[in-house]
Design a binder for this molecule. Structure first.
Ligand code: PSU
Ligand code: MN
Length: 306
């Protein structure tokens, strides 16, 4: 019987950070393989790593390779994930099968949380999380990301959720699961491409030290589950709400017409939105991830300094 340790492979940089108790920030790989086109995806991934380093933390991009959970990737690994056709999108249910069969896998928010926790990493930066899909009353399509936030002890820094999802139901779900949802310098849920929405958040914090203290206290209280920090897209990069809403609406209709289901829905919607905005959504998406990388590193550093 193998132990969990035998499945984990760290880069030198991440191993050094763990040994020396330095702040570490995890990054997911589904955003690379299924969330953005090549070559912008690999560029985004390496720039994110650089931003995290520039803010005093160590980046740990996570993927499934050669039957192992790789924590901290080399530039060649990022390139492989960015352009290999048919990389598996690995959610919690897929993890054991992809590792056992030694296939190449990109980790979703849910799986990156699992792997980060196994690897001793407390912070994780991404773009947007999955949530309750629109029309969920018929499809029961709720992202495994929400269940993971309910049970896995990792803080996820994101730009809220897009209106490809049902935002109020997504917040209700997080409330039921007991997940603290913190607005960083905002009192409303950011909607990914736009910095605001009409949905109020239970918590607002304007200082990363307050966020770090909340995370620490939650740990001390042994309250299991994640923390979700929602960080609005910078104003200069946000898209016009009515413009992006109508593009999203069309993408949701196209998904239905093309009978797209299950794990294929989110990548399909993201790709249609990039196409129909002629790349404007991609620029916004990349900028909000960079902003999350900066804030995520700041929170990780603040936590370390407590
Ligand atoms: N939202 C984005 N970009 C992404 C994803 C979501 O803006 O790349 C990815 C993340 O990996 C997230 C996953 O965990 O999609 C959610 O997929 P699903 O809805 O199938 O749970
Ligand atoms: Mn789903």
């Amino acid at each position: 019987m193998k132990t969990i340790k035998e499945f984990l492979v760290y880069s030198k940089e991440v191993q050094h950070a763990l040994d020396n108790n330095l702040p570490i920030v995890a990054l997911e790989s589904t955003i690379i393989s299924h969330g953005m086109p090549y070559p912008q995806n690999v560029d985004m991934a390496s720039t994110c790593e650089r931003i995290i380093r520039n803010h005093g933390a160590v980046p740990a991009t996570i993927a499934i390779m050669d039957g192992k959970i790789k924590i901290g990737l080399e530039p060649e690994d990022l390139e492989i994930l960015a352009k290999t056709p048919g990389v598996a999108k690995v959610s919690r249910r897929d993890l054991a099968a992809i590792i056992a069969s030694k296939k190449l896998g990109a980790t979703t928010v849910a799986t990156t949380m699992i792997c980060a926790e196994l690897g001793g990493i407390k912070f994780f930066v991404t773009g947007g999380i999955g949530g309750v899909h629109r029309g969920y009353e018929q499809t029961m399509d709720v992202s495994a990301d929400l269940e993971e936030l309910g049970q896995t002890n990792v803080t996820v820094i994101c730009a809220g959720a897009k209106s490809i999802l049902d935002l109020p139901r997504t917040l209700e779900y997080l409330e039921t699961k007991g997940v603290p949802v913190i607005g960083y310098k905002t009192s409303v849920l950011p909607a990914f491409f736009t910095s605001t929405s009409e949905y109020n958040l239970p918590l607002r914090m304007d200082d990363v030290n307050d966020i770090a203290a909340t995370i620490k206290t939650k740990e001390e209280l042994q309250l299991k589950g994640g923390v979700l920090v929602t960080n609005p897209i910078p104003a200069e990069h946000e898209l016009d709400k009515s413009y992006i809403d109508s593009i999203i609406e069309d993408a949701v209709v196209a998904a239905e017409e093309n009978n797209i289901h299950g794990k294929d829905i989110t990548p399909f919607l993201l790709a249609s939105i990039v196409e129909n905005t002629e790349g404007k959504s991609l620029v916004a998406n990349i900028e909000l991830v960079y902003n999350n990388a900066k804030v995520g590193a700041q929170i990780a550093v603040a936590y370390q300094n407590l």
